[in-house]
Design a protein around this ligand. Structure first.
Ligand code: AMP
Length: 583
C-alpha cells in the first residue's frame, strides 16, 4: 500500500508541472526557464517586479498574495494590489532616507506582514535585502550586520531593546532603525508605519541588471566568521523554475512554507518563488505547534506544503491519529528540506497523509533547490532525489588541488555541482579567498558527502566539515566557541554536533578552564546562561562539559572530530597529528 504511494502512477505524473523528468532534462535550458518570467525593458530584471508588479499589470491584483494567521488567530490578508502599493511606499521611504543603490537593508522580524513589504520594497528600490534570524542573540546579529555593512534595520520594539540596543554603538554604519511597532518615546528610532503612511504609492521600479546584487544571506563555515553569500536578481530564474518543477507550484495553489524568514528558505521559497508563480501563500506568524499546524492545513485548504525534517519528526512522534482526524483532501504535494529526511518519515507520511514527503537538497550558496524528488518521479525514501534539469551533479574527491570524479555507484565522495546556474552565489562578501576555495575545475564543491545510485538518485551521508545542523539551523562551531571563550572562566572551547532523534543534531561544548576556576555545577550554569544570552537559544550549546585539556594537533588546532568520535564511541581515525601527550 505505502509502496503504491511512493511509486507514481502515470496519471499522477501527467498532472505534474514536469510530467517526464528525463524528457525535461534533455530539452531544458536556462534561457527557456527565463521565459517563465516577464522581465523589464532592455533585458533588465527585478525580483520585485516578477513577484508583484507583473501580476498587477496582468490583472491579477485582486488575488490574495499573503494570508497571514496572526499569533492571536486573527487573519491579515494582503492582495497583490495591496502588496504593490505597500512595496512602492517602502521603496519611497528608503529613497527618502538617501540610500544609494546596492546598500543593505536588514530585517530582524518574524513572519509579520511587514517582512514581505520590507523584502520586496528593498528589491524594488535596487537595494540589497538581508534577513536575520530572530532567535539569534546580540553577538551573531552584530557579526552579520557588521560584515554586511547594514545601513537600515527593520525590527520590532522588543527585539530591538533586547538584542540590538546593547550592540548599537558597535555598528557605526547602521544609520536607520525602523520599528514596526514604534512607541513614541523620543528615541532616535523611526516609526515604520508612520513613514509608510506618509510615502507615495507611486514608484518607478529600479531597472536593475540581472547581475545586480539583490540578496545577502549569511551562512557558517568550520572556521572564521559567518560568510555573506551574495545573490543577484537573476537568481529568480532558478527560484521560479524550481518552484514549478521541484515544489510543483501552480498559480491556483494555496502554499504554506514553514521556514523561518531568517534563513535562506524563508526568502527563496517563503517569498520569491511562490509570489513569482502567483500563488496565495498561507503564513503562520506563530511557532511550531502540532494541533495548530493540522488546523491550518485543514482550514486553509493548503495544497502545497514545504517544511523541514525536525517538524516532520515531531508530527510523527505525536502519532498519526491527529493527522487522520483532519480533512486534508486539498493537500496535493509535500516537500521537505534542510536536513536528512529519514526513510521512516517518508514512509510514515505516505501512510498517514496518503502521499509522501518529497525530500530536496540545496544550500544558502546554491540559492535554490538543486536535487529533488519530483512530483512525477518515484520517491526513494531516504534519498534527496535527482539533480534539477539544468544541473549536473557529481561525486568527487579532491586530490592535490585536482578533482577526481567518482563514477561508480554508491561510492561516497563530496557532492559537487557543475557551474554556473542563475541562483549560484556570486561571492562571499569581501572574502574572495574563501569563495575561491569552493570551486575547482568548473565545479562548485558543496562540503557535503553523498553518493549516487545507479538510477541517478543522490543519498546524503554527512558534512565533510565540522558545521552543525540543529533543527534545520546551520551553526558554525567557531562562532559558539568564540562566545564561550569570552567567559572569564574559559581558556579553550570546542564545539561539536551530536546526533539527536528529533533535531538531527544538538550542539555540545567542551571547555578547559583558566586557573582558579572550579569545574562545578554553578559554573556550568553560569556558562550555559552566558552562551544563551550571547548567542540565543537556537545556537547555544545544550550541554557544556569540562575537560582538563582539549585534544589538539601539534600545530595547536583543536580536533573536534576526535572529541566527537570519542563521545560517540567511534574509531578515532588518523590521530598522527595529535599532540603526543594526548594520545
Ligand atoms: P543552509 O545553507 O543553511 O541551507 O544549509 C545547507 C546544508 O543543509 C547542506 O549543505 C546540507 O548539509 C544540509 N541539507 C540541506 N538539505 C538537505 C537534505 N535534503 N538532506 C540532507 N542534508 C541537507
Amino acid at each position: 500500500m505505502v509502496d503504491d504511494l511512493i511509486h507514481k502512477k502515470p496519471d499522477q505524473a501527467a498532472q505534474a508541472n514536469m510530467p517526464d523528468y528525463s524528457k525535461e532534462t534533455e530539452v531544458f535550458s536556462w534561457a527557456k526557464a527565463r521565459g517563465l518570467l516577464g522581465g523589464l525593458a532592455d533585458g533588465k530584471l527585478n525580483i520585485a517586479h516578477e513577484c508583484v508588479d507583473r501580476h498587477v499589470a496582468n490583472g491579477a491584483g485582486a488575488k490574495v498574495a499573503l494570508r497571514i494567521i496572526r499569533k492571536n488567530d486573527d487573519i491579515t490578508e494582503v492582495t497583490y494590489d495591496a502588496l504593490f502599493n505597500l512595496t512602492n511606499r517602502f521603496a519611497n521611504v528608503l529613497q527618502s532616507l538617501g540610500l544609494a543603490k546596492g546598500e543593505r537593508v536588514f530585517s530582524l522580524l518574524g513572519r509579520t506582514p511587514q517582512l514581505y513589504v520590507v523584502a520586496l520594497g528593498t528589491l524594488k528600490a535596487g537595494l540589497v535585502f538581508s534577513p536575520l534570524f530572530s532567535a539569534f542573540g546580540p553577538e551573531p546579529l552584530q557579526a552579520r550586520m557588521e560584515i554586511g555593512g547594514a545601513r537600515v534595520l527593520v525590527t520590532t520594539n522588543a527585539l530591538y531593546r533586547r538584542k540590538v540596543a546593547p550592540i548599537r554603538d558597535r555598528l557605526p554604519e547602521l544609520q536607520h532603525v525602523l520599528l514596526i511597532d514604534a512607541e513614541d518615546d523620543g528615541d532616535a528610532l523611526l516609526d515604520f508605519d508612520a513613514l509608510l503612511q506618509l510615502a507615495s504609492t507611486e514608484y518607478n521600479i529600479e531597472a536593475t541588471e540581472p547581475e545586480d546584487v539583490a540578496l545577502l544571506h549569511f551562512t557558517s563555515g568550520t572556521t572564521g566568521r559567518p560568510k555573506g553569500a551574495v545573490h543577484v536578481h537573476e537568481a529568480i530564474v532558478a527560484h521560479c523554475y524550481t518552484g514549478r518543477v521541484a515544489l510543483d507550484l501552480k498559480p491556483d495553489d494555496v502554499y504554506w512554507c514553514t521556514a523561518d524568514p531568517g534563513w535562506v528558505t524563508g526568502t527563496s521559497y517563503g517569498i520569491i518563488a511562490p509570489l513569482a508563480i502567483g500563488v496565495t501563500m498561507v503564513i503562520d506568524e506563530a511557532e511550531f505547534d502540532i494541533a495548530r499546524w493540522y488546523r491550518i492545513l485543514e482550514s486553509e485548504r493548503v495544497s502545497v506544503w514545504y517544511t523541514a525534517p525536525t517538524a516532520i519528526r515531531m508530527l510523527m512522534a505525536a502519532g498519526a491519529e491527529a493527522a487522520k482526524n483532519c480533512n486534508l483532501s486539498q493537500l496535493r504535494f509535500m516537500a521537505s528540506v534542510g536536513e536528512p529526511l529519514n526513510p521512516e518519515a517518508v514512509l510514515w507520511s505516505a501512510a498517514t497523509f496518503g502521499k509522501p514527503f518529497h525530500d530536496n537538497w540545496w544550500q544558502t550558496e546554491t540559492g535554490g533547490i538543486m536535487i529533488a524528488n519530483y512530483a512525477s518521479m518515484d520517491v526513494k525514501p531516504g534519498s534527496m532525489g535527482r539533480p534539477l534539469p539544468g544541473i549536473v551533479a557529481g561525486i568527487v574527491e579532491r586530490e592535490n588541488g585536482k578533482l577526481h570524479h567518482i563514477d561508480k555507484a554508491m561510492c561516497v565522495g563530496e557532492l559537487a555541482l557543475k557551474t554556473p546556474w542563475p541562483s549560484m552565489m556570486r561571492a562571499y562578501l569581501d572574502e574572495e579567498e574563501r569563495y575561491n576555495k569552493c570551486f575547482s575545475d568548473g565545479w562548485y564543491l558543496t562540503g557535503d558527502l553523498a553518493m549516487r545510485d545507479s538510477d541517478g538518485y543522490f543519498w546524503f551521508i554527512g558534512r565533510s566539515d565540522d558545521v552543525i545542523k540543529s533543527s534545520g539551523h546551520l551553526i558554525g562551531p567557531f562562532e559558539v566557541e568564540s562566545a564561550l571563550i569570552e567567559h572569564e572562566a574559559v581558556a579553550e572551547a570546542a564545539v561539536i554536533g551530536l546526533p539527536d532523534e528529533t533535531a538531527g543534531e544538538v550542539v555540545k561544548a567542551y571547555v578547559a578552564l583558566n586557573p582558579g576556576f572550579r569545574p562545578d555545577k554553578d559554573l556550568q550554569r553560569s556558562l550555559r546562561g552566558h552562551a544563551r544570552q550571547r548567542l540565543g537559544p537556537a545556537v547555544a550549546p545544550r550541554e557544556i562539559l569540562f575537560r582538563e585539556k582539549l585534544p589538539k594537533t601539534r600545530s595547536g588546532k583543536i580536533m573536534r572530530r576526535l572529541l566527537k568520535a570519542r563521545e560517540m564511541g567511534l574509531p578515532e581515525g588518523d590521530i598522527s597529528t595529535l599532540e603526543t601527550d594526548e594520545k
